[in-house]
Design a protein around this ligand. Sequence first.
Ligand SMILES: Nc1nc2c(ncn2[C@@H]2O[C@H](COP(=O)(O)OP(=O)(O)O)[C@@H](O)[C@H]2O)c(=O)[nH]1
Ligand SMILES: Nc1ncnc2c1ncn2[C@@H]1O[C@H](COP(=O)(O)OP(=O)(O)O)[C@@H](O)[C@H]1O
Length: 397
Amino acid sequence: MGEAPVIFVDDMQNGFDLKPNYCKAATVIGDKTYVIGGADDEMESLIGVQIFDQSLKKWLKPTVLGTKPTLSKGHSAVPLNDDRILIIKRGSTPDDHTWFLEVDSQYVRKQKKVLGTEVVAWSKCVIGEAEKPIVISGPSGVGKGTLISMLMKEFPSMFGFSVSHTTRSPRNMEKDGVHYHFTDRGVMEKEIKDGKFLEFASVHGNLYGTSVEAVELVADAGKRCILDIDVQGARSVRASSLEAIFIFVSPPSMEELEKRLRARGTETEEQILKRLRNAEAEIEQGESSGIFDFILYNDKLEECYENLKKLLGLDANITAPLKPASELSLPIDHSVSQIDDKIIINCGTAGLEKASNNLILLGVSSLKGGAPARTRGLKFQAIDSFSDGLNAMDQLS
Ligand SMILES: Nc1nc2c(ncn2[C@@H]2O[C@H](COP(=O)(O)OP(=O)(O)O)[C@@H](O)[C@H]2O)c(=O)[nH]1
Ligand SMILES: Nc1ncnc2c1ncn2[C@@H]1O[C@H](COP(=O)(O)OP(=O)(O)O)[C@@H](O)[C@H]1O
C-alpha cells in the first residue's frame, strides 16, 4: 500500500460530510489516520478498518475486536475524546445506525499490550438506558442457578441469560447453547486469544468464559443480562468496561452447602470434594474482596428470592417494565457536524439555520459501557428548529 490519500485527511479534519457513494471515511486522531470503510479483510459484507501512521509514514494492519458492523450505503465518522470514533451508517435500521470504533479506550490499550499489535474495537450503540447487567457469583451448590431460573421464569421478557462457554462435560439435563456452549479446550483457547471473550477463568479444573457475543445477544434483545460467573470472572468484569451490579450468594453454612451439592446429584464424589474445597476460598473472597455490591444469604429459598428481587428494584407489582427501543431512523442522505460534545445530524437541508423538522441531536457526554460489548447512554433528540435545538442542547448536557 502507498501513502494515505491526503484528500481523506484534509476532508475529515473539519467535518464528516460523506458523498453518497463515498464508502470510506478517514478520521485523524493524534498521528494516526483511521480509514473506515470498504470490505473487511475476513468478510466482504463487513466494514473494514485501516490505519495510516503519520509519524512512521506507513500503513498498520490492526487487530479488529468486537462484532463488526455490516457495510451500508456509506457512513459518517466523528472523533470523540481522542479515544473513539462515532460512526453513523446511512440508511440503516434504528438498531444498527450508530456504532463506535474504540481506538484508545482502556479496553483497547489493554488488548494492545496483550496482543502486541495495533488494536481497534467495535462497539454497537444501544439506544436508551438499558438496565445494568447483573453478575451473580457464589460457591457451587449455593443456589445461583435456582435463583436465576426463578427470576427468568417470573420476568421472561425482562432478563436474558448470558450463555457461557465451558470445557466441562454437559450434565444430564443440560442443553448445548441453552445452559452452556460446551466446547473443547483447544478451540476455546484459540477464541480467547482472538479476543472473543469478555472474561474467562479456570474453575474446578475446567475453563469457563463469557463471550462478547453472549452478552451482546441479550442486550440486542432489549433484555437485562444475567451472568452466572465465578469470583475470578467477577473480578475481570469489574475491571472491564461493562458496568454491572455484582451479587455474591453465600450459603448459611458449609454443612448445608455440602448437603445441597450432594442432593443435586450431578457430580462425582471427587468433583464434590473439589468444589467444597474451593468453596471456602470463594466465600472468603466473595465476602471480603470488595468486588461485590451485595451479599445474599441463601438460607430459605423463597426469602432469598424476595431479597434478590428487592435489591433489583422489582417489587411485587412489577411484571415486565421493558423500555421501548428508540424508533428514530436515519435517512440515507444526512450530514453530521459537531459542536462541543453534541453531534448534529442534518437530515436534508445544507445549513443548520435553515433546518426544519430535520435535525437530530446526539448527546455524547454520558456514554457508558463500550467495547468489547455495547455502548449505552447516547441521547438522541429530534428537533424542529434551530432555536429548539439550542434549548435541547442544554437539556442534553
Ligand atoms: N469466570 C466464569 N465463571 C463461570 C462462567 N460460567 C460459569 N462459571 C462459574 O463456574 C463455576 C462452575 O459452574 P458449573 O460447572 O455450572 O457448576 P455449579 O456452579 O455447581 O452449577 C460456577 O462458579 C459458575 O459461576 C463463565 O463464563 N466465566
Ligand atoms: N435455599 C435453598 N434451600 C435448599 N435447597 C436449595 C436452596 N437453593 C437451592 N437449593 C438446591 O440446591 C441445589 C444446588 O442449587 P443450584 O441452583 O444448582 O446451585 P448453583 O447453581 O449455585 O451451583 C439444587 O438441587 C437446588 O434445588
